[in-house]
Design a protein around this ligand. Structure first.
Ligand SMILES: [Zn+2]
Length: 86
């Protein structure tokens, strides 16, 4: 069973969450801010490996969390990923 760690509620079963989609990074070749926004929202990579994605705690506190998940083994490898640039 996949466990998602909600920042408010702690570890909870994935069935309590709604998948919010992957959070891809637009390629550097796209410089227009509107095109970067479009690419980030609509152009998914569907990576076989580790990627960043959003989850919404629908049956809990109604907050979003960002994780990194390895899609090859369906396991979350990093919780509470910061969305702020380094
Ligand atoms: Zn929660």
């Amino acid at each position: 069973m996949l466990i998602v760690f909600c920042p408010n509620c702690g570890p909870r079963p994935v069935e309590e969450f709604r998948f919010g989609g992957e959070l891809p990074s637009p390629p550097e070749s796209i410089t227009d801010p509107a095109e970067r926004d479009f690419d980030q929202v609509w152009m998914f990579n569907n990576v076989a490996g580790i990627h960043t994605e959003r989850w919404y705690h629908d049956a809990g506190c109604h907050r979003w969390t960002t994780v990194r998940r390895d899609t090859r083994v369906d396991r979350i490898v990093e919780q509470h990923v910061s969305l702020r640039p380094d």
